[in-house]
Design a protein. Structure first.
Length: 261
């Protein structure tokens, strides 16, 4: 596992976008399969990817995407659906083919069947080449809340009260308006990707980063599972390292060299 530390969120976003662009641009043959998150963490990266595309430095014409999750019970055109989020913040601004975009359907009549079909679609695409993700303040990955199985696959998940409180800011500040369940890829789904890149920024994520990097692999911090991945990177800012030991920070900065602040 690599821990890449940058000075601030802007530099984290720029580095992450450049890393993803390099992976797409050097990929040969079949389409590049990219896993994507929603939330505030990837917004800067998406803006940077859009700029690279507009500058003629990156094309998504040969990219297939699979999103991490979606709320159950929200139609695709709902202003807080993750369908809407992705089209507003990324897909509408790049040259991706609509048929190559995959997002779980929270309005499916049979949610379990929807989840099973999603796993089949990932497999049919050849598996995920790179899964980009963020992390919750409690260390959850996608909607894999504390206590989730580390070998879980795409499924319906009940959201914790803490998660609903954290997401209430998107629903008029009322946690009750936040859907109580969601469809999410599992920890095992993410771990099956050939590469995993996780964005962790801000002081509110400091404890999650500490638990994921310095703690043991634990289902109470599902982000910690990437310790077991052969090609995993956490990209963070200085503020997110507040709970890490000084020696840990020095160690990872020393490995990465002077390119990171």
């Amino acid at each position: 596992m690599r821990l890449v530390i940058h000075e601030d969120y802007e530099k984290v976003s720029r580095w992450t976008a450049a890393y993803i662009a390099e992976r797409i641009n050097t990929h040969k043959g079949k389409p590049f399969v990219l896993g994507l998150p929603t939330g505030s963490s990837p917004l800067g990266t998406y803006k940077e990817l859009i700029q690279l595309h507009k500058a003629g430095k990156l094309s998504f014409a040969n990219v297939i995407t699979f999103n991490m999750d979606e709320y159950a019970g929200l139609p695709a055109d709902h202003e807080q659906s993750y369908h809407r989020f992705m089209w507003d913040n990324l897909f509408s601004h790049i040259d991706i083919d609509k048929k190559n975009v995959h997002i779980l359907n929270g309005m499916a009549k049979d949610l379990k069947a929807e989840c099973a079909a999603y796993e089949e679609a990932i497999s049919a695409a050849g598996g995920i080449d790179l899964f980009l993700g963020g992390a919750g303040a409690d260390g959850h990955l996608a909607f894999n809340e504390p206590g989730s199985s580390l070998v879980s696959r795409t499924r319906v998940k009940t959201l914790t009260h803490d998660t609903r409180i954290a997401n209430a800011r998107f629903f008029g500040g009322d946690p009750v308006k936040v859907p109580g369940t969601a469809l999410t890829v599992g920890v095992g789904t993410v771990m099956s990707a050939r590469e995993v890149v996780i964005i962790v920024t801000g002081h509110t994520k400091a404890r999650a980063l500490r638990d994921a990097v310095e703690g043991g692999v634990n289902h109470m911090c599902t982000l910690s599972c990437i310790q077991m991945h052969q090609h995993a990177i956490i990209v963070c800012d200085e503020t997110a390292t507040d709970e890490l030991k000084v020696g840990t920070v020095r160690y990872f900065k020393g490995i990465e060299g002077p390119g990171c602040s």
